[in-house]
Write a protein that binds this ligand. Sequence first.
Ligand code: NAP
Length: 336
Amino acid sequence: MRAVRLEAIGDMTMRMVEKPSAGPGEIIVRVLAAGICGSDRHMYKGEYPTAIPVTLGHEFCGLVEEVGEGVSSFVGGELVTVDPNIACGTCPACRRGRPNLCANLTAIGVTRDGGFADYVAVPCSQAFTLPPDLDPVHGAFCEPLACCIHAIDKAQIRPGDSVAILGGGVIGLLMVQLARLAGADQIILVTRQLSRREAALRLGATLALDPTAIDAVAAVKDATHGGVDVVIECAGVPETLQSGVRMARRGGAFVLFGVTPAGLEVPVLPFDLLVNEVEIRPAYLNPFTHARAAAMVAGGILELDSLVTKTIGLEDVAGVVGSAPLAGEIKVIVRP
Ligand code: NAP
């Protein structure tokens, strides 16, 4: 079968490898659609730890091709989405119900072979059934959506709340939709590209701001009588971390979602955080949210089609992952 292998940092190539067979408790999934994530680019550049050599691809959906010994919950031909993050279940974090903080976390498409391939082996406990007639491209959104749902849980948005979302990539545009569904009254997206601001307004944002053209902190405060109830940072750059904590109202919350390079220091003003009691709430991965993401995707209540800006084959994955995102790019989907 074909697989796109990260052979070394900066060295990714599609080649023929042996098709996996299902071990006990595993299923083999024939990949129908897989999303390229910013993390894939980080792994390619060595900025995020992987178990090289490895086949990348952690956002994917496909058909059950084969079931291994002891698997009774799936049959061949079912459409499934996969939660790639595998917690050990026994470390102190797992035993406290925090699998995303597992000390021994492994992940499909990161530390074991993933979905940029014709087939992938998956522990059956990581798979979730989707309706058979669902567009598999929508199924490939379950993983990023599951992470966003965890962030929305952390945000504790109440009906009528005001929310600022910083960064209008696929994550920011999913957050806009989730904030709307959570009942937010004002939803302000801050991002530099015009096409993304326009997309956000179509998807439920009430205001979209260009941080290069105006003072976004002042504009958010003006629009919300002093600051939003919740800020969700989805850009992972120093500017949005620094401006975001200042956009929260007194007693508001700042959800840290964007991934900054490890080791990066960003100055903030602890005194301001203290006297304004701005709560910093990190949201990492997808603890117990994949089933809810699958249900939302199956229910068709999110606009996903317009987030797909390009569809490619396996042969083009290395070229896309190995280069910077193009202007206007939101989500690139791989159809093996
Ligand atoms: P993305 O496509 O890179 O989107 C982030 C966008 O932020 C950029 O494309 C850019 O859009 C915008 N941005 C950059 N600088 C900005 C600034 N100064 N002010 C406002 N916006 C700015 O990435 P994504 O896939 O949507 O993911 C967003 C972040 O979430 C990434 O850091 C990703 O690693 C992270 N993530 C976290 C988790 C988790 O579990 N916590 C899970 C998945 C992803 P413009 O060019 O329009 O400004």
